[in-house]
Every structure is written in structure tokens, then in C-alpha cells.
Design a protein around this ligand. Sequence first.
Ligand code: ATP
Ligand code: MG
Length: 509
Amino acid sequence: MLAKVQSCAVIGLEGALVEVEVDISNGLAAFNVVGLPDAAINESRERVRSAIKNCGCLFPYKRITANLAPADLRKEGPAYDLPIAIGVLLASGQINPEKSIDECLFLGELSLDGSLRHTNGILPMVALACEKRVNIVFVPADDAMEASLLRGVTIYPVETLGQLIAHLNGERLIEPFIPDPRILENIDQVAYGQDMAAVRGQEHVKRALEVAASGAHNILMSGPPGSGKTLLARSMPSILPRMIIEESLDVTKIYSVSGMLPSDMPLVLQRPFRSPHHTISHAGLVGGGRIPRPGEISLAHRGVLFLDELPEFGQNVLEVMRQPLEDKVVTISRAQGTITYPANFMLVASMNPCPCGFFGDPVRECSCSASSIMRYQKRISGPLLDRIDIHIEVPRVDYEKLADKRNAEDSKTIRIRVQEARERQLQRFSGTKMTCNAEMGPSEVRDFCKTDASGERLLKAAMQQLHLSARAYHRVLKLARTIADLAGNEEIMANHVAEAVQYRPRVGM
Ligand SMILES: Nc1ncnc2c1ncn2[C@@H]1O[C@H](COP(=O)(O)OP(=O)(O)OP(=O)(O)O)[C@@H](O)[C@H]1O
Ligand SMILES: [Mg+2]
């Protein structure tokens, strides 16, 4: 007998329907899975066999073939255990569904005793169900909360295979999962760790970070050791604007596929802050691997990627970021096709100006030779620097500032201003996929970055004197747009352009 069950594959972050066909025929007893399965799916045979036996059913001693269609799509991971088991039970007549199961999607990994385990990537799969109008989705009970983030489909939380069999046979029904509406309402209640108030002095750096956070611009901090660069960067999450719900769901999908969602909180509310160590590999940074995984730049999607000690990162590793920094997505080519992950992150980097760290310091003398300073600074290529809108120096803080008892501005006050600037951007881009100024393309720059006459003049002078590239010109305009948004101005004025221009690096570009 032949049975068909619907399931789902995840390629990158997109779901794709997979039909699991199970045929049982007479002949030598065997259990084969065909249709480009990976090792985890081949092992699924053993799990399915044990789970069926341990939930009190009979595993047919016949020739069983499970086909995962379409055959040209490579399937990975253990999410097919449940549909294969249901297929075997249907084909052997041990389940006689009361209602048709054509409109149902089955997802989940089985354990040997027949219970369902947490499965990665449930959210993108449910998103596909919504899109394809598959109305009912059976998921492991542990993942029901994650699955219920999307409305429009009925989610059944399944604890064990036995429970699902009873449900399908109409003997004991499983209650549909009722989503907790508070999850989406809690979006404001995020706890922040490090506060900007703890950083003494460095007001100009805080201002630059505020501008960067408002429009999601890239920023590079440079200064002597111990001046507070790492401290400032680690305080960044506390001044970032809230994520809108679409952003939250986007980020949650990435974390779901990577298996990094906390079990008690299925929705990522806080913008990610990733700070990989400089020994990170290519694949670790941009994604990839045998079973493809999103890299750090995708895990930092809609948030911050903090690269501390930038020159210490391998040069090749940094160069692979050039394309994603521009396109906001990363495409990984593999033998079986390409995978695209979103990578719309804001780069925050820090570095010392030279190997000893004191080049340009007014107090301590730098002990590096001119050539070693050159070599050190050359580790970061011009094209990468050109993609960084804000270059800011973080000088040493003097005793008076450090010992000052007065409280510095706290993160909450800064965050309110950042949030207001972001709201203006959201309004500007409403109806489009864009959410912030950094995402503008050339045509949006033309439409939205209008400068007044004096701003225009200043920009022209800056272009000529600083030899700005075309990219730098657009980036200055986008940055000026954010500065004007922070000031609440519709038109970009000379002082906004001036601030944006002084954030460009002084040499070369
Ligand atoms: N502006 C500051 N206000 C208060 N504390 C500071 C400040 N700058 C530095 N510190 C203190 O110095 C410590 C080291 O600072 P941090 O790690 O941020 O320096 P850094 O600039 O990243 O140095 P390096 O270049 O060596 O990485 C902090 O943990 C903090 O205790
Ligand atoms: Mg540091």
C-alpha cells in the first residue's frame, strides 16, 4: 500500500514542501529512504523503527520504501522522522484517519521511545505552511510556542507518536495550541546589560554611536589601549532602537535554523549583538559548512556585529564581508546549489592606531617604526574602510573625567532619541522593505536626501578636497540624513553635512 504525507525542508531560511511517500510491498524485509537524504535522515530509519515499536504498534516486516520528493532537493536534518513514521503507519493500515490529512504538515524528530524532540527551523517551516495554505501543522510540543508566532495555521503540539496516532484515529484528540498573546506584547520589555552612563568622558564617541545606532551605520573606533573602546561597544545594545515585529520574526528564523532559540522564549526581542573572536574562520563568519549554517554576520542580522581588534582578524576573513556589507545578504555556493542568508547588520569595529597602541597619543610616546605602523594599518583594506561611514578616535580619558562624580547621560535617554530618529525613518520607508537610512539605494538617496543650498556647497567642497568616492558620497548623504533625523529636520542642512563629512577617514578616501 502507498501513503503520502506532507513535510517541509528548509533551504537557507526558506521552507520548501516535501512529500514523503511510503510504499510497503511484499518481498525481502528492508527499509530504504530515497530522494537525496543526508546521513541524519538515513539514521532516521532506526529511530522510526524503534519509535513505532515502542509506542505499541507493529513495524511491518516487509519491503518498505520511503521517498522524499522532489528528489533533486537535498534534505538535511532529522525533521522527517515524524512524517516517515506516519507514512509507515498509514501504509500498513495502523492509522485510519477520520479526516483527510492532505492539508496537514508533519514536522519533528523522534526519539527511540516515541516521544518528539525539539527540532530546528520550525518557524520557517510554519511560515511556508501559511504561504501554501496548509492549515494544520503537527509539531513537537516543545516547539509549539515558536510555531504559534505566525497566525493563520492551527498548531497541534505533539508529545509522543502514540498520542498523535490516537488523535488521527479519532480516539483521543489533541487540543490545538493556543498562543500566548503576551509574547508579542512583551516586545518592549527587554533587559539591557551594560549602560552608557558607566563610560566616563568620550562624549563625542557616544554621539557617534548614537548616530550609528539611529541609522544602522557602520562605525570604527580607534584609540590607545584602555581608553574604553570595548566598553563603549559593549554598551551599544542598550541604545539600539526596538525591533519591529517583522524584524523580530526575521531574526527568530535565523536563530531557529541555527538551533539557538532559548526554549522558554521563542521570539528574539532584542537586537542581536555578536562579538566573534578574531581567530574565527571564513565559514564561521559568513556561514557555510557541510550542513550549511548561518555565520556570525547572519546571526547579527538587524543587530550589531562587533569586531574587536579589527587588524587581528585574518585579511581574507575580513574581505569576504565586503559583498554582504553592500548587499545585506550573503550567498553561499555549494555543489547542490546556492543558499542565501540575510546579513543586514551594523558593523562596529575597534582597533589601536599602531602595534604599541600609542600612535597619536599626546602623553605616551609611540615606540613603533613608521613601516610597522603602515603594515599594521594596511591589514584593513581600503574597500573595507570605504564601507565604514563613521571613523572616530577614542583618546585616553584624563583623571578629572574619570573621577568625575556627576552622572553621565544614561542609555535610556539616548535610546529615546535614537528611537525617535528611527520612527522617522520607518515612516519615510513605510510600504517598502527598508527600515533605516543605511539601507537606502542610490535612487532613495536621490529622493530622500535633499540638502539645502549651503549643505550642497559644503558637500561639493568636501567631495573635491577629500577625494570622496561615489560610494563615499552616497554614504555621507545617508549619514547626513540620519543626523538630520536625529535633529528632527526634514531637509539636510550644512551642519548635518559637516558632521557627516568629519566622520570620514582623513586620508586616502
Ligand atoms: N571612558 C571610560 N570610563 C570608565 N572606565 C573606563 C573608560 N575607559 C576605560 N575604562 C576602564 O578600563 C577598562 C578597559 O577598557 P576597554 O577594554 O574598553 O579598553 P579598550 O579601549 O578596548 O582597550 P584595548 O585597545 O586594549 O582593547 C574598562 O573595563 C574600564 O574599567
Ligand atoms: Mg578592547
